[in-house]
Design a protein around this ligand. Sequence first.
Ligand SMILES: [Zn+2]
Length: 419
Amino acid sequence: MSQEGEQDQSDRKKYEFRKVIEDLKNFEGSGTQLVTIYIPEDRQISDVVAHVTQEHSEAANIKSKATRTNVQDALTSIKDRLRYYDTYPPDNGMVIFSGAVDSGGGQTDMVTKVLEAPPQPVESFRYHCDSNFLTGPLEDMLTDKGLYGLVVLDRREANVGWLKGKRIEPVKSASSLVPGKQRKGGQSAQRFARLRLEAIDNFYQEVAGMANDLFVPKRHDLEGVLVGGPSPTKDEFLDGDYLHHEIQDKVLGKFDVAYTDESGLRNLVDNAQDALADAEVVKDKRQMEEFFKQLHAGERATYGFDQTRTNLVMGSVDRLLISEDLRKDVVTYDCAECGNTDRELLDRRKATPEHTCSECGATVSAGEDDRDDAIDHLMEIADQRGTETKFISTDFEKGEQLYNAFGGVAGILRYSTGV
Ligand SMILES: [Zn+2]
């Protein structure tokens, strides 16, 4: 699969996860009875089953009978689901949600959801029982996108590593032989200064070598590089062109950090938040700018659900742009009288109304099968036509416009179609 293709797949997966999480967040249990389990990929399923069995017997001590029954039912349901897995969970692990949620009027509904293979690995086993499902760690995996290279250094030590989404991974460190500023007695001041500069230069080369070894092979996936340290170290390091030129080009900025050990990497990411946020929306901004350019030229742009869908079906859409905040269903009304098909967008939680055929005026009703998530609906057509799908955040003006003024759906066309 091409890199773009993989990106599409992961965007789609993220969207599907986001949808499930939004549903889960709306649920509430009347007691501490909603169970969430995060399972890393290297955790044996038999261990998880043993843990769940243990929790089940401990739940016998819960005082409220209703809560006790609900927790035990949830755990039984989880055990049933775990039976479908062999020794280990899928790559990146999985997350299971189960519990009796309030469905209004004092009634409860049993809900069990299994999310397999999240976009980033589940890092540690977590068992959580509360009146809400624990969705935070999963949301963290979805909000962030890119891969960034990190370098922190002063003249004594350096650390390089990755920022993968929200996760920081220290990879390598080095410490220098640069002598302190105090020279020993008997050494000429000039010779001392020269040796010291040489040692600093060697150390910068070593650090750059470490960073290049790590970042250059990944340069096409790399969204940017952050460099941290005290002044003037980080400035000397960057101004001295020690880094490979392609890596140097990706430097988003230099930042003051208090530490240059592994904790300095965290410090660097904290101080670079604004630069990171900008970098995240830059890609989205580019898409929207191209869309507006085409729109003003009046040729290769389409927007709104119906128009974009028509173009998609024709195969004329190069890139489908969907607002990340779009939460709609599409209902398809097939008229039995005249054979016409109408489509209507609806809020997710709204019941399907009856519809008047736009051709013949007959009343058309639609069932569950005629109703589909609007994004899934469009992406399915896009996949069949070789159209790329891009999700656009609403964190910038033109992204907001896509949502507010264009119905959350637009497209950049391969050629002008006049639709
Ligand atoms: Zn009709």
